[in-house]
Every structure is written in C-alpha cells, then in structure tokens.
Design a protein around this ligand. Sequence first.
Ligand SMILES: [Mg+2]
Length: 262
Amino acid sequence: MARSVSAHRALVAFFLPWLLHCARLEAAAEGTPPWFWPWPPVGGGDDPYCLSWRVMVEANNAKGWRTVPAPCVGYVRGYMAWGQYYRDVGSVADQAAAYAAQISAPAADGLDAWVLDVDDTCLSNQPYYQAKQFGAYDPVAFKMWASRGVCPGIPAMQWLFQTLKGRGFRVFLVTGRDEETLGSSTAANLAAAGFSGYDRLIMRGTGYRGQTSVAFKSAVRRQLAAEGYRLRGNVGDQWSDLQGGCVGDRVFKVPNPMYFVP
Ligand SMILES: [Mg+2]
C-alpha cells in the first residue's frame, strides 16, 4: 500500500508540472490566460490604465519613459507571454508582406531593399526583460545577455524575412548593438534563429558610439541610399528605428511595451 501511495505521488509530481506547462502553451497560442491562472490575470487582461498606457507607447505619444509603470508590470508580462503580443506582431508581418506583394517585382538591378531592426524585431529579448521585471535599461546586464547569443527568433518576423528574400528584395539588418563586442554573438544568434541570407548585418561601429539611435540608423540608411539601394520598407520595434533620414517608402512598427530607445 505504501509503495502504491508513493508511486502515485511520484506520478503526480512528474505529470502535474508537465500538464500545467502544456496548458500554458495552449493558452498562450489562444491569447488567453491558462485555465489555472487567477482571473483576472495579475495586472493584465483589460486593465484600462495599462491598456491606455500601451496605446500611448505604441503611438509614440509617451516618450522618454525608462521603465514600465509599476501597476503595469503584470499587465506587460501577460501581454508578452499569453499570446496577444505574438498575434500583434503577426499582424504587422502580414501588413508588411501584403505591401511587399503590391510592389511591382523588384527590379533586375537588385537594388530594391528592406531594412529590419534586430532586437525585438527579429530576435526577442523578452526572457531578459521579463527576468528584470521590465526595469530600467542596464547596459552591462544587457550586454551579458546579448553576448550569450540565445535570443529566440520572433516567428512572424522569420516568416516576413523569408518572404522578402523569396520575393527578391535585399534585406539589411541594422542594429544599435556594439559591433566590436557583440558582432560575433549577434551573427551567430541570427543564424541560429533562422535569419540567414541577409545582405548585410550593420552594427554600431566605434565611430557611432554615444550617438542616438536616430542619428546612427539615419546615417546607415543614407549610406545605403548613396550606394543606390531603394529602401522600400523599414521594420522596427522602436520609433527611433523609423524616424530620421531615408526612412524608407513605408515603415512598420512592431509592438514593444517593454522599453523605450530614444
Ligand atoms: Mg529593436
């Protein structure tokens, strides 16, 4: 009898976490909290204040914020983890792909191009920021995270990347990450995440250290334009990816309520 009870407990101890994990994955795909999650989810769901705050962030009406407001940390965690974020990114990718399909076939000169940002456009830093409770930017800790090269790829953006490549566009990946210290880990991370076959990975060189993202990325795009490329589209999770000079014929903003880059 004692052996039967302990075997039963062992089965419960093994299978219960697995069942909860499966329920969480299923719920994330549905964009809802899992059945065992307290309702309403902590700080998430349809919290009016946080919904309003997120719209302000995405519309670029809230500028210069350094952390997610304390009452919205749970809301942002839920938004990022339970599926709505991936649904929203998927919608952006759909719109970008539809626009790309409307463009007449890229010219034979091979100069029709797109620019994609890297962090939280192609590669996700959600695990890092979630572990930090969406707190203030910590350059040392972030560099340690990025140097590990383990950022997951964002599936909808992997699909958009492949779609653009398949249609014949040049794709340039442009990131404010430091080239000297994060160059090799970023390239390896992109390859592991399915971003292979881009035309150039352009990172922040020593000459651009200390410059704003707008200044650095504008200079990169101007250089591409000077090389003759026609920037048809530009995709990024920060407005600073999409503002400044030579922004491209159309810009697409990927949602990001985790942090703000000026
Ligand atoms: Mg980014």
